[in-house]
Design a protein around this ligand. Structure first.
Ligand code: GLA
Length: 403
C-alpha cells in the first residue's frame, strides 16, 4: 500500500504546477507534448438504490467535487502514474499485460482501464505520464473509484484520439470493475460520471442503458452529503451476495412462469399477486425492495418535475427504510445519520446513498438551516458512533470533461 500524504482542496492550477515539478516542463524533460487536464465528478444517487443491476431506473446526479487527471504523452513507451496524495510512483510499459496486482494499489484502477482498452483493440503508439489528484473522499460512497476509472479512461481516449463515446466509457469502467476489481457492480456510477450535466439529475434506465436529463430545481433546499467515515471495500462487502440473492429471486419467479425480464419489470401490484411463490423470507424481502424502490424512483421524478420537494423528501425516507429493513445494507452508522437528520429543523428527507454498509447518506435541507443541521447531526453521530462523520453541502456538477 502506498502511504498517504496530508489532504487539501486541490485545484487544476495546483495539479499542473505539481505535474511540472514531478515530470519537468518542456525544456527540462525534452518532451514537447502538451499537458492535458481532465476533471471527473463524484456522484450522489438521489434515489434508486441497488436496482441498477436489476434492470431498474435510478436517479443520480454528478456533484461539484472533482477528481483531476493531468496527462502527457512521452517520447518512449513508459507509462508512469503519480498521485498527489499518495507517495508511490508506478511505472509500466505500453507492452505490458496490465494484470491486477494487490501491491499496485490505486494503479489497479488505471491498469484495469488500460487492460479493457487493449482487449477492445485500442493501441498506444507511445507511453504517457499521469498525475492524479482527487477532492473526492476515497472509499466514501460517492464513487471515488468510478470517478478515477472514468476520468482516466476519458483522458487516455482523448489524448490518443480514440474518441470513445461517453456511454462506452461508462461501460468500460463497469467492465473493469467486474473483470479487474472483482466487484459485480451495476452501471449507475460510471454512467452518471460519464454523462452528468450541471443543474440536472439523470433518470437512467439501466435495462436499456439510456437516460433522460431532469432539471434539478431544489429552490431553497440543498443536498448535504453525510459521510459515515466507516471504511469499506465493496469487494469485501455483501454487495456481490445481494446481487446473487436478486438473481435467485428472479430465477424463482421465472420458474413459476411469471412473465418478467428482470425484477424491476414487476409493478408493486403484480408483485403482490405473485409473491407467494417465493418461500424464502430473505429472498422475498430483497425482491420487495427492488420492486418498491423502482416505483419510488418514478414517483420521485414526478414529484421533482412538479416542484413537490416535500414528496421527494418523503420518498427519500421510505427508500432508506426499505434499504434498512428489506435489503439490509444500512447499519448503525448510516441509520444514525438518517435518524439524526430526520429530527432537524429544515430537513425534509434523508437516506443512504450508494452501496451502503458505510459510505455516505444524503439529506435535503433548507439552505438557512444547513450550518445548524451539520452541527447537530455531527454531535449526535459522534455521541452514538464514537467518532466524527464528514459533512458538506453539494451542488450538481458536470460529467467527465477536458479543462
Ligand atoms: C454501488 C455500485 C452501483 C450501484 C450502487 C447501489 O455504488 O457501483 O452500481 O449498484 O452501489 O445502488
Amino acid at each position: 500500500m502506498s502511504s498517504k500524504k496530508e489532504r487539501f482542496e486541490v485545484t487544476p492550477e495546483l495539479l499542473k504546477e505539481n505535474f511540472i515539478k514531478i515530470y519537468g516542463d518542456k525544456a527540462q524533460s525534452g518532451n514537447s507534448n502538451e499537458i492535458r487536464m481532465f476533471a471527473s465528478p463524484a456522484r450522489i444517487n438521489i434515489i434508486g438504490e441497488h436496482i441498477d443491476y436489476n434492470g431498474g431506473k435510478v436517479f443520480p446526479t454528478a456533484i461539484d467535487k472533482y477528481l483531476y487527471c493531468a496527462i502527457r504523452k512521452r517520447n518512449d513507451s513508459k507509462i508512469i502514474y503519480n498521485d498527489l496524495f499518495f507517495n508511490s510512483t508506478y511505472t509500466f510499459d505500453t507492452n505490458d499485460n496490465f494484470a491486477f496486482d494487490q501491491k499496485n494499489d490505486y494503479a489497479n484502477f488505471l491498469n484495469g482501464i488500460l487492460s479493457c482498452m487493449k482487449k477492445q483493440g485500442y493501441k498506444f503508439p507511445c507511453g504517457f505520464e499521469v498525475l492524479i489528484a482527487s477532492n473526492v473522499p476515497s472509499a466514501g460512497g460517492i464513487s471515488s473509484s468510478s470517478a478515477l476509472e472514468c476520468g482516466f479512461a476519458w483522458a487516455v481516449s482523448e489524448t490518443f484520439g480514440f474518441n470513445i463515446s461517453r456511454k462506452d466509457i461508462a461501460l468500460m469502467g463497469q467492465q473493469s470493475e467486474h473483470e479487474f476489481m472483482n466487484v459485480n457492480c451495476g452501471i449507475m456510477d460510471q454512467y452518471i460520471i460519464a454523462t452528468g450535466k450541471k443543474d440536472t439529475a439523470e433518470l437512467i434506465d439501466c435495462a436499456k442503458v439510456e437516460h433522460e436529463y431532469v432539471p434539478l430545481k431544489l429552490g431553497d433546499y440543498r443536498f448535504i452529503v453525510m459521510n459515515t467515515k466507516k471504511k469499506r471495500r465493496l469487494a469485501d462487502s455483501k454487495y456481490n451476495e445481494r446481487r446473487a440473492q436478486c438473481e435467485e429471486g428472479l430465477a424463482i419467479l421465472k420458474a413459476a412462469a411469471i412473465p418478467l425480464t428482470d425484477l424491476c419489470s414487476l409493478t408493486p401490484a403484480r408483485f403482490e399477486e405473485c409473491k407467494a411463490v417465493i418461500k424464502d423470507e430473505v429472498i422475498l424481502r430483497r425482491v420487495r425492495h427492488c420492486v418498491t424502490e423502482n416505483d419510488r424512483v418514478l414517483r420521485a421524478v414526478e414529484a421533482l418535475k412538479a416542484d413537490n420537494l416535500q414528496e421527494l423528501g418523503k420518498l427519500l425516507y421510505e427508500s432508506h427504510n426499505s434499504l434498512r429493513d428489506d435489503y439490509e445494507v444500512t447499519g448503525i452508522e448510516l441509520d444514525t445519520l438518517v435518524n439524526a437528520a430526520s429530527r432537524q429543523k429544515g430537513c425534509i428527507g434523508a437516506r443512504m446513498t450508494g452501496a451502503g454498509f458505510g459510505g455516505c447518506a444524503i439529506a435535503l435541507v433548507h439552505k438557512d438551516e444547513v450550518e445548524q443541521f451539520i452541527k447537530n447531526v455531527q454531535s449526535e453521530y459522534t455521541k452514538i458512533v464514537g467518532y466524527e462523520g464528514g459533512f458538506f453541502a453539494c451542488s450538481s456538477g458536470d460529467g467527465v470533461r477536458e479543462l
